[in-house]
Design a binder for this molecule. Structure first.
Ligand SMILES: [Mg+2]
Ligand SMILES: [Zn+2]
Length: 196
């Protein structure tokens, strides 16, 4: 079985800009290729899981989401970093239009995207991590049986500063950004080989 690191998208690998409703608003953080390469070399499958309810709301279409993800994979490939899978939820339970308005199993914090990735990539969740910039990513990680790592990019620093007191679930580690998160995950995983 494979170990994996699941990554939130907006605010974790690219700048939080609200809805990314045009490819010009997709700005990858400069440390991301290095971070992902560290995870690749540490033997993790790397998978992006992202809610994109802007599709349901009619702000942009799935074609744009796919275009952004193709660019992401290409930009990383140029820098020798590899993403193994990208899963997105285009739905919303209340706001959706047409077929996109549904109480789907894939919208985080529901774990449908993880369930699918686990099947597609033969993943052992108990040795896998989830990195995100929102408290809800921590809740999502716990629900899916993943180890949660919180990053202070995107909404992270604000949620950490003003809302941490109310958190019921704790992250395993709070990182400045995805690079620090990747280093932590690499080091933690290499230690746990001996303690298993
Ligand atoms: Mg985010
Ligand atoms: Zn969905």
């Amino acid at each position: 079985m494979n170990k994996a690191v699941f990554l939130d998208r907006d605010g974790t690998i690219n700048e939080e800009m609200g809805y990314i409703n045009h490819i010009s608003r997709f700005r990858l953080f400069d440390f991301v290729p290095r971070a992902i390469k560290i995870l690749n070399e540490a033997g993790f499958i790397v998978i992006v899981v992202t809610n994109q309810s802007g599709v349901a709301r009619g702000y942009f279409d799935e074609q744009l989401v796919r275009e952004i993800h193709e660019r992401l994979v290409e930009d990383l490939k140029i820098k020798s970093a590899r993403i193994d899978g990208i899963y997105y939820c285009p739905h919303h339970p209340q706001e959706g239009r047409g077929e996109y308005k549904k109480d789907c199993p894939c919208r985080k914090p529901k774990t449908g995207m993880i369930d699918l990735a686990v099947k597609d990539h033969n993943i052992d969740v108990s040795h896998s991590f989830m990195v995100g910039d929102r408290y809800k990513d921590i809740v999502f990680a716990k629900k899916a049986g993943l180890k949660p790592v919180f990053v202070k990019t995107g909404y992270g620093v604000g949620e950490y500063t003003y809302q941490r007191n109310e958190w019921k679930e704790e992250p395993l580690f709070v990182a400045e950004n995805l690079l620090e998160a990747a280093q932590f995950i690499r080091d933690t995983a290499s230690v746990s080989v001996f303690s298993d």
